[in-house]
Design a binder for this molecule. Structure first.
Ligand code: PLP
Length: 363
């Protein structure tokens, strides 16, 4: 039996190899290696894709969250509410902005931020909510937006897993005051190294993000606020420009693979991902839920199939973040039950079918 890898990035790189090679060659010849025309061209194309006015290329998704928070007006000491069921960069980015993270719980069906739990986490010091579009599905934005309006909070999207996800026909990136994307190689749109972007419809926020990514400079050698260096490489932008036109076909392929899993696993007692009403899920991860999770992971492994866990612990169960402990029962339970099955655009039908066969024999 051939093994089934959770993800093999070489397949995508190989398929686009001639175009990537030529983008690399052009960049080498251009002689401008940080920011510049290819970064600007990518920013325009990606803003269009998201249906927003502005994109600002930065060095990573983590930086994009920090810069988005600072650009919408979060200042040191402000509280920022975020879900406990996310990966560490979300909370690390909040702290990098000097803000105090406050964890909220997630919804038991969609695994994204629960607006009721968010409301309970608000205090006089709350300044912003970070809505994480987890696993490729938008968080439940309408009630979060309402909370933000009522309490005069800023709403920032962590869209690192949700390039192309939609809610009521609106794309991730266009749903709050600003949004952060990551182009880490494994994401739905991945660079060949680290990269990220802040996107927004607000020209003032975009301008602030541009300053923040480059020492707080308003113009060269004149810093108007303290910033640091989080610029996007010209090479990564040039490679992303080659990949962006394929993103829709890749997302559609992810959705077809997800629906194939759903058909093949319908008779098992594994809980399948729920696509909430009005949502377009882009399946960055295909996350199922099972009581005997660890057993399933090791039986799959025995058959050469790699399943992973996103995430094995909620934020407050990391040693570094124990101080953020509060009552977060759903996030805590999820971590013991979720597993992610192989799903990426270049996964072969036969690989998915073999994975489903093994699960059918077990569960
Ligand atoms: C990947 C990811 C990030 C961080 O992006 P980097 O580019 O790795 O810094 C932040 N939030 C979520 C939800 C992610 O999946």
């Amino acid at each position: 039996m051939r093994p089934v890898a959770f993800l093999d990035l070489r397949r995508q790189t190989q398929a686009l190899r001639p175009e990537l090679d030529s983008a690399l060659a052009t960049t080498l010849d251009d002689g401008q290696y940080v920011l510049g025309p290819s970064v600007e061209a990518f920013e325009t194309a990606f803003a269009d894709y998201c249906g927003v006015g502005h994109a600002v290329g930065v060095a990573s998704g983590t930086d994009a969250i920090t810069i988005a928070l600072q650009a919408v007006g979060v200042t040191p000491g402000d509280e920022v509410v975020l879900p406990a069921n996310t990966c560490v960069p979300t909370v690390a980015a909040v702290e990098a902005a000097g803000a105090v993270p406050v964890l909220a719980d997630v919804d038991d069906a969609t695994y994204t931020l629960d607006p009721v739990s968010v409301e309970q986490a608000l205090t006089k010091r709350t300044r912003a909510i970070v809505a994480v579009h987890l696993y490729g599905q938008c968080a439940n934005i309408p009630p979060l937006r309402e909370l933000a309006q009522t309490h005069e909070l800023r709403l920032v999207e962590d869209a690192a897993q949700a390039h192309g996800a939609e809610i009521d026909g609106q794309r991730a990136g266009s749903l709050g005051d600003a949004a952060a994307f990551s182009f880490y190689p494994t994401k739905n749109l991945g660079a060949l190294g680290d990269a990220g972007a802040v996107v927004t419809n607000d020209p003032g926020v975009a301008e602030e993000a541009r300053r923040l990514r480059s020492y707080g400079e308003q113009e060269r050698y004149h810093s108007v606020r303290s910033g640091w260096n989080s610029r996007l490489d010209a090479l990564q932008a040039a490679l992303l420009l080659i990949k962006l036109p394929h993103l829709e076909e890749w997302n559609e392929r992810r959705r077809r693979l997800a629906s194939r899993y759903a058909d093949l696993l319908a008779e098992t007692d594994i809980a399948l991902p729920l696509e909430a009403a009005g949502n377009r899920h882009v399946y960055h991860l295909y996350v199922v839920r099972a009581g005997a999770r660890d057993e399933l992971v090791s039986r799959l492994k025995g058959q050469g199939i790699q399943a992973l866990v996103h995430y094995p612990r909620p934020i407050h169960r990391h040693e570094a973040y124990r101080r953020l402990e509060r009552s977060l029962p759903i996030s805590e339970r999820l971590c013991d039950e979720v597993l992610s099955l192989p799903l990426y655009p270049e996964l072969r039908d036969g690989e998915l079918e073999r994975t489903a066969d093994v699960l059918n024999a077990l569960a």
